[in-house]
Design a protein around this ligand. Structure first.
Ligand code: NAP
Length: 253
């Protein structure tokens, strides 16, 4: 089945690097115009915008820290002024937690990590859904993690943030299906990005993430494109009925 997103506009948070970058490029390849959100690395966001424009699509970069409601409000207003609508919201922006036990975690770290993964997506859903309701179809994707399958120790802030994000997704899926909006979760395992490389080093002492290839499903660690493929299918008309679902991109575990 062909995937055609032409005529639709996507807002991808953390679209400047890693998994978000691959999602932004994949949605554009399928025909979407893309608003690329980033936090601080304007150069990386500009590179993604340039690649999308080279495909003949519209793209623009927007700086905003997703956990800041005022910055989200300004960003959504700017995207709507520039593109006219937001049909697809991908809540991808994320940060790792520091790897401490609950007893050793600074409350400020917990608050920051949960705010990025759960408060930010809530703010953006609140801001984007009203105009999405009038579009016939809308799609919201939460990039969670397989972390919520295991809830490993020393991951308290991240586990809490992703669990709350998934709760938000399942709630929105029920609230908004009557308005043609689907909300689904895509949950990567360890993926080849800057965050993935840092995690491999911090949790397993591995300098090069590809040292894990041989022991991984299909003989390789997951790539951002593996995650982007699932997102692109979920938000397209090739997916008419999957809503409130979670796809683990982990090669089967
Ligand atoms: P990454 O390589 O570190 O890239 C993070 C992206 O998010 C960057 O574009 C960054 O923008 C942006 N960002 C970070 N904090 C932000 C904030 N507060 N507001 C707005 N943008 C922000 O990370 P990644 O590996 O691609 O991870 C993407 C998502 O996948 C995250 O939600 C992560 O939890 C999840 N995930 C990753 C893995 C993995 O192994 N990589 C596994 C499971 C789940 P700047 O460039 O401006 O800093």
């Amino acid at each position: 089945m062909d995937i055609d997103l032409s005529g639709r506009t996507a807002l991808v948070t953390g679209g400047s690097r890693g998994i978000g970058r691959a999602i932004a490029l994949s949605l554009a390849e399928a025909g979407a115009d893309v608003a690329v959100n980033y936090r601080g690395n304007a150069e990386a966001a500009a590179e993604v915008v340039g690649r999308i424009e080279a495909m003949g699509r519209r793209a623009r970069a927007y700086a905003a820290s997703v956990e800041n409601f005022d910055e989200d409000e300004a960003m959504v207003a700017a995207v709507l002024a520039d593109f006219g609508a937001i049909d697809i919201l991908v809540n991808n922006a994320g940060i790792a937690s520091r790897g401490n036990s609950v007893a050793d975690t600074d409350p400020a770290e917990m608050e920051r990590v949960v705010a990025v993964h759960a408060f930010g997506p809530h703010y953006l859903c609140k801001l984007v859904i009203p105009q999405m309701r009038a579009r016939g179809r809308g799609d919201i994707i939460m990039i969670s993690s397989v972390a919520t399958l295991g809830m490993a120790g020393r991951g308290g802030p991240y586990n809490m943030g992703k669990a709350a994000m998934e709760a938000l997704a399942l709630t929105v899926a029920k609230e908004e299906r009557g308005n043609g909006i689907r909300c689904n979760i895509v949950a990567p395992s360890l993926t080849v990005t800057e965050m993935g490389s840092r995690l491999a080093k911090a949790t397993r002492g591995i300098a090069d993430i590809h040292e894990l290839d041989a022991a991984s499903p299909f003989g390789r660690v997951s790539t951002p494109q593996d995650v982007a493929s699932a997102v692109t299918w979920l938000v397209s008309s090739a997916n008419p009925y999957a809503n409130g679902q979670k796809i683990n991109i982990n090669g089967g575990g």
